[in-house]
Ligand binder design. Structure first.
Ligand SMILES: Nc1ncnc2c(CN3C[C@H](CSc4cnccn4)[C@@H](O)C3)c[nH]c12
Length: 228
């Protein structure tokens, strides 16, 4: 088995690389991939860079070039559900692309022919996260995550995303990673810790809490690796 551990930003994978200690760095397709063996498990780590295109490239590379057969995503997100506070963890049950819009042709937001509005995450990995949460005595919410190529800092954008997708959190990479993993038949798991609430203060909150929230997510993901 070979596990892909992915983030979007350097800060989202830095805590994971620190835990791994030593790793081999491979440059490929304008990015770097870090390979290590961790407690007998082969792991490849990478941060994609921001957005759906870069995350699609990295997820595809980790699966097709590095032969990963499970993909875990660790990072931060903007909270939509009022129950989600800064630092809280959310596990994606399913994901959508909130900026995919051909409604002019009568299709629902997030849908294109041949696709689906939502892509469901792997139930086995979600169940595993519940075991880890119980062992750690941590609360982990499950919910819908909406992905789009914008940093959301506007209540009206949030409201529109809730209206169309009933999303609990939002970010910029999970929905595309989900499509890649579904199409390539690789179980995937998307975990995010809240860094902001995607409102007018989002960028300030993000700057203040992103690193600490990224660590919260990364530490949980590494506990998942112990059991996967
Ligand atoms: N409100 C929000 N909207 C959309 N996405 C998010 C996220 C999740 N990540 C963080 C980062 C923001 S853009 C970025 C660009 N430059 C520096 C830092 N972040 C991008 O990878 C998506 C956290 N809060 C979000």
């Amino acid at each position: 088995m070979k596990i892909a551990i992915m983030g979007a930003m350097p800060e989202e994978v830095a805590p994971i690389l620190e835990k791994l200690g030593t790793y081999k760095t491979t440059k490929y397709a304008d990015n770097e991939y870090y390979e290590a063996s961790y407690k007998g498990v082969d792991i490849v780590v990478a941060y994609s860079k921001i957005g759906k295109v870069f995350s699609t490239l990295t997820a595809t590379t980790m699966i097709q070039h590095f032969n990963c057969d499970k993909l875990l995503f660790s990072g931060v997100a903007g909270g939509i559900n009022p129950s989600l506070k800064i630092g809280d963890l959310i596990v994606a049950t399913k994901l959508s692309q909130h900026d995919l819009d051909i409604t002019a042709f009568g299709h629902p937001m997030g849908f294109v022919p041949g696709g689906s509005v939502f892509v469901e995450a792997d139930q086995g990995l979600i169940e595993l996260s519940k075991e880890v949460a119980k062992e750690l005595g941590k609360t982990v919410q499950e919910g819908i995550i909406a992905t789009g190529d914008q940093f959301v800092h506007d209540e009206k954008v949030k409201e529109n995303i809730v209206k169309h997708f009933n999303a609990d959190a939002l970010e910029m990479e999970g929905g595309s990673v989900a499509v890649v993993c579904k199409s390539l038949n690789v179980p995937f798991f998307i975990l995010r810790a809240i860094s902001d609430t995607a409102d007018t203060d989002a960028s300030f909150s993000f700057d203040e809490f992103m690193e600490s929230s990224a660590i919260i997510s990364a530490e949980f993901i590494m506990k998942m690796v112990d059991k996967v």
